[in-house]
Design a protein around this ligand. Structure first.
Ligand code: PBG
Ligand code: ZN
Length: 350
C-alpha cells in the first residue's frame, strides 16, 4: 500500500512537470502534425507511384502452360500462347514495365539457348513488343536458367570463368535487344560485364539502349523461391565466388563505382529489405537507383498472409515505402500486380 502510494506521488510529480513544460512550450509536440488525416497527407514527403514498380514475368518454352509457382503463390509461369490475357490484365492495371525471365526446354553447359535468336526470351520480347508496344520491356541477362549446371557462367572444372563468360553475356544482351528489348539487366555478377555489353551494343548501333546493372547483388538465401520458379539452382556448390558476401559493408562501393565507370545507366541493389543500409549509402549516386524486392521477400509475406498472421496490404505498402524512404527510384517487385489491383479497387491509396 505504502509503496504504491509513493509511486503514485512520483508519477504525479512527473506529470505536473511535463504539463509545466508543455504550457511553457518547452517540449516538442510532434503529434501536432499527425493530428488529422488531411494534415498527415500534406506533410508526408515520401511518395509511391505505380509507374515506379517493375513486374517480373516468367515465360516458359512449350504450349498451354499457366502453372502457379508453388513457392511463390500468385506468380505463374506462362507459355507464350497463354501470355496475352496476363498482359491484358497488367495493361489494364497500369503496370508499365516488365522484367522478363525465360525458362528454356533445352539446357547445356554453355547455355546456348540464352543467346538463340529464337530462344524463349527473344520470342517473348518480340511477342510483347509487337502486340503490346506500350510496355517497357527489360530482360534479365544471365546464364543460370540455361546452363545444365545451373551456374551463371561458363565453367572450367568447378570454377565459373569470368572473362569467357562476359563474352557470352554480351552476346545474350545483344540478342535480347535485337528482339526488341528496351533495357537489358545483367544479373550474372561477372567483372567487366557492363563494359562488355556496352561495347557489344554500341558496335551493333544500339547506342541508346540502357543497361540496368544488378550492381550490388548478394549471395542470398532470399533467392530460393526464384530458383524453383526459374529452375536455376546450381547443381553443385553455390554462387559465392561471384555474388557478394553479406558480411562485408565495404565492397558495395567498388561494385557501384565499377558499374558506373563501365557505363551502367541504372544501379540495382538486391535483395532489398535486408539491405536498406546499402540503399541509403548509395542513394545519392547520379544514376536511377533500383531495388529488387526478391522472391524470398515476397514468399515470406505471402506465406504469413495466407495463414492470416499479418495484414498483407499493410505489410506490403509498409515495405514499399521503406524502400522509397531509403532512396530508390524504382522497385522490382512480385507484389506490383497486387498493389495495382488494390489501388484500382480503392482498397489502398498510395
Ligand atoms: C539470375 C537471377 C536470379 C534472380 C534474378 N536473376 C537468381 C540468382 O541469382 O540465383 C533472383 C530473383 C529473385 O529471387 O526474385 N541470376
Ligand atoms: Zn544467374
Amino acid at each position: 500500500m505504502v509503496k504504491s502510494d509513493s509511486m503514485k506521488k512520483e508519477v504525479n510529480k512527473f506529470i505536473y512537470f511535463y504539463r509545466f513544460l508543455a504550457t511553457a512550450n518547452m517540449f516538442t509536440r510532434t503529434r501536432r502534425l499527425r493530428n488529422s488525416k488531411l494534415l498527415r497527407e500534406i506533410v508526408r514527403n515520401v511518395r509511391l507511384s505505380i509507374d515506379e514498380l517493375i513486374y517480373p514475368i516468367f515465360v516458359e518454352e512449350g504450349e498451354n502452360i499457366r502453372e502457379e509457382i508453388s513457392s511463390m503463390p500468385g506468380q505463374f509461369r506462362f507459355s507464350l500462347d497463354r501470355l496475352a490475357p496476363e498482359l491484358d490484365e497488367l495493361k489494364s492495371l497500369g503496370i508499365k514495365t516488365l522484367l522478363v525471365f525465360g525458362i528454356p526446354k533445352h539446357k547445356d553447359p554453355i547455355g546456348s539457348e540464352a543467346y538463340n535468336p529464337n530462344g524463349i526470351v527473344q520470342q517473348a520480347v518480340r511477342f510483347i513488343k509487337k502486340n503490346y508496344p506500350n510496355f517497357l520491356v527489360i530482360t534479365d541477362v544471365c546464364m543460370c536458367e540455361y546452363t545444365s549446371h545451373g551456374h551463371c557462367g561458363i565453367l572450367e572444372g568447378c570454377d565459373v570463368q569470368n572473362d569467357s563468360t562476359i563474352k557470352y553475356i554480351a552476346q545474350i544482351a545483344v540478342s535480347h535487344v535485337e528482339a526488341g528489348a528496351d533495357i537489358v539487366a545483367p544479373s550474372d555478377m561477372m567483372d567487366g560485364r557492363i563494359l562488355a555489353i556496352r561495347e557489344a551494343l554500341d558496335e551493333k548501333g544500339f547506342i541508346n539502349t540502357p543497361i540496368m546493372a544488378y550492381s550490388v547483388k548478394y549471395a542470398s538465401n532470399y533467392y530460393g523461391p526464384f530458383r524453383d520458379a526459374a529452375d536455376s539452382a546450381p547443381s553443385f556448390g553455390d554462387r559465392k565466388t561471384y555474388q557478394m558476401d553479406y558480411r562485408s559493408s565495404k565492397e558495395y562501393y567498388r561494385e557501384v563505382e565499377a558499374d558506373i565507370e563501365e557505363g551502367a545507366d541504372f544501379i540495382m541493389v538486391k535483395p532489398a529489405l535486408a539491405y536498406l543500409d546499402v540503399i541509403k549509402a548509395v542513394e545519392n549516386i547520379s544514376l536511377p537507383l533500383v531495388a529488387y524486392n526478391v522472391s524470398g521477400e515476397y514468399s515470406m509475406v505471402k506465406a504469413a498472409a495466407l495463414n492470416g498472421w499479418i495484414n498483407e496490404q499493410g505489410i506490403v505498402m509498409e515495405n514499399m515505402y521503406a524502400l522509397k524512404r531509403a532512396g530508390v527510384e524504382l522497385i522490382i517487385t512480385y507484389h506490383a500486380k497486387d498493389i495495382a489491383t488494390w489501388v484500382k479497387n480503392g482498397e489502398v491509396t498510395l
